[in-house]
Design a protein around this ligand. Structure first.
Ligand SMILES: Cc1cc2nc3c(=O)[nH]c(=O)nc-3n(C[C@H](O)[C@H](O)[C@H](O)COP(=O)(O)OP(=O)(O)OC[C@H]3O[C@@H](n4cnc5c(N)ncnc54)[C@H](O)[C@@H]3O)c2cc1C
Length: 515
């Protein structure tokens, strides 16, 4: 790991204010984007409550070898904080982490972050028209609550018999144990998703033997990555407009190449399958292995992965791809359904995250005392992925159906942040103390979303992916062009909401006089 340059000052636990206008949970890309925007607008009556000791979220936690973004960095970054110095097209985790820390530090938002404050519960008090928030280091109240707890911040552990009885080393890719020596190790990798295809090639040359347990093969496209040149970096610094142009071109390339196939005409995705098959043929000589690595569903149905190193790593002499399902884990081995036992001393879980669980939703209690998790009953729903009926003055960042299947999530986050600012402005103008989206508006919006899902590759592509919740609905992705969301969130529509104005002390006095 590289040395981190930007100091992040831990804030004192006792400096938690008793009341703020806005309390945001989480200080990753989304919480910070909102915090920085609030400061820009001259509002500093807010806190970002972060359970850990640093900002960065995903990019603080995922430190596994080979960890990098899979959307070009010029787009996968804040539009208001361009970084002319990106070292590669797809930056590695240390550089993204440092970028987030530096941007946060430069903006002054760190003064509003309370580290080591894990939010345990937040309850809406309808009489007082505020949220009551309990954290691991004190409590406070807030007029508005923003959940920015991250779509992929809760690692998913697989349900495998005997996992607890394993006597070797076991860890999840999002909690990489850098002290564990992998040189010569007998490694079992469970999962072949976005993280595994990055760390498997990175550790393959070091390990003694690696067994990659694959349930379903992913489609893997070539990764057009390269180091940026000094000339490019100089040009971006000297003429910032050039970087804006590059960002715009990358944005439109992602929209125009990906969305038509993913959303409207899944057959178009066959073109990508040709490129992926070509990668397999080029790097894998063994006919049987080629077959096992070729997916039998449409490209895009599961997350599209990009790598030039995945297939060469799987074809290496010290790697075995195991197609047979895992039956159980024993003290020093993994047993597959065909009865084979493989000796293992290290298990690395590349099993991803609990994406459809909506992290922390069990900690947010609405107007009638029910928490978000229970009110969703296994199928998260919101209006514009941001507000939820029954939960006044609550905003969700990267909420239901706001995951991008094809572009940078930061674009969605910035759309939502604008929407939040518009909403706050509108409420202030109308003297409202709370707002809540109408249930019928939310239902109609979600019915329309699911209707739009029907013809997409995610529902017709013949796979079962982590995009689908336990009811089989895709509540993870936005089914359209990302600019459609930007347009739909550009104004707060009062007719879609119920606004309330709390009784002031004067009103209460009047009421008691009348009585
Ligand atoms: C390895 C990896 C690579 C990725 N690459 C890309 C990519 O290339 N492009 C892309 O668009 N997306 C990518 N993503 C998705 C990524 O999650 C988002 O892009 C982005 O980081 C989300 O930011 P966030 O702030 O919403 O969430 P996070 O970064 O997860 O931050 C959430 C924060 O909330 C804190 N928190 C959670 N619960 C609590 C609590 N109860 N109390 C207090 N604090 C809490 C967490 O500690 C964390 O700091 C990737 C994800 C992973 C895991």
């Amino acid at each position: 790991m590289t040395q981190l340059e930007t100091p992040v000052a831990p804030s004192a636990a006792d400096s938690l204010p008793r009341h703020v206008r806005i309390a945001t949970i989480g200080a990753g890309f989304s919480g910070l984007a909102l915090g920085m925007r609030l400061l820009e607008e001259g509002m500093d009556d807010f806190v970002l409550l972060e359970r850990k000791a640093d900002v960065g979220g995903t990019w603080r936690d995922n430190t596994y070898p080979g960890c990098a973004c899979d959307v070009p960095s010029h787009l996968y970054s804040f539009s208001f904080a361009p970084n002319p110095d990106w070292a590669r097209t797809y930056s590695q985790q240390p550089e993204i982490y440092e970028y987030i820390r530096r941007t946060a530090s430069d903006s002054g938002v760190l003064a509003n972050v309370r580290f080591g404050h894990e939010v345990q519960s937040s309850r809406w008090n309808d009489d007082e028209q505020h949220w009551e928030i309990e954290t691991s280091a004190g409590s406070l109240t807030a007029n508005f609550l923003v959940s920015a707890m991250g779509p992929l911040s809760a690692p998913a552990w697989p349900k495998v018999d005997g996992l607890d009885d394993f006597e070797g080393k076991i860890f999840h890719s999002a909690e990489w144990d850098h002290d564990h020596d992998l040189d010569g190790a007998k490694v079992g990798v469970i999962g072949t998703g976005a993280s595994a295809i990055q760390f498997v090639p990175a550790i393959q040359p070091r390990v003694g033997k690696m067994h990659v347990f694959q349930r379903t093969p992913p489609w893997v496209l070539p990764r057009p990555d390269r180091a940026t040149t000094r000339l490019e970096r100089w040009a971006y610094r000297r003429f910032p407009v050039l970087q804006k142009i590059t960002r715009t071109l990358v944005y439109w390339r992602q929209e125009l190449i990906m969305v038509p196939g993913l959303v409207y005409r899944p057959k178009i995705m066959k073109l990508g399958e040709i490129a992926s098959r070509w990668q397999i043929r080029r790097h894998v000589q063994d006919e049987k292995l080629r077959e096992e690595l070729t997916p039998d569903y449409r490209l895009g149905c599961k997350r599209i992965l990009i790598s030039d190193e995945w297939y060469p790593a799987l074809a290496a002499d010290n790697v075995e791809v195991v197609h047979s399902g895992i039956e159980e884990v024993r003290a020093n081995s993994i047993i597959t359904a065909d009865g084979t036992a493989r000796e293992i001393d290290t298990i690395i879980l590349g099993t991803g995250f609990r994406a459809t669980d909506a992290v922390g939703s069990e900690r947010i209690f609405g107007r009638d005392g029910t928490n978000l998790h229970d009110s969703w009953d296994g199928s998260p729903q919101a209006h514009l992925g941001t507000t939820v009926a029954g939960f006044p003055n609550l905003f969700l960042l990267v909420g239901p159906n706001l995951g991008p299947g094809h572009t940078s999530v930061v674009f969605y986050i910035e759309s939502q942040v604008r929407y939040i600012m518009k909403t706050l402005e509108a409420l202030e103008e109308r003297g409202a103390t709370s707002f809540e989206v109408r249930k019928d508006v939310q239902d109609a919006y979600n019915a329309d979303l699911q209707e739009r899902m029907r013809g997409t590759v995610w529902t017709t592509g013949g796979c079962n992916s982590w995009y689908l919740d336990e009811t089989g609905r895709n509540t993870t992705l936005w089914p359209g062009f990302s600019w459609e969301l930007r347009l739909r969130t550009r104004e707060f529509d009062e007719t879609e909401h119920v606004l309330r104005r709390a009784a002031t002390v004067d009103d209460r006095d009047q009421a008691s006089v009348a009585a």
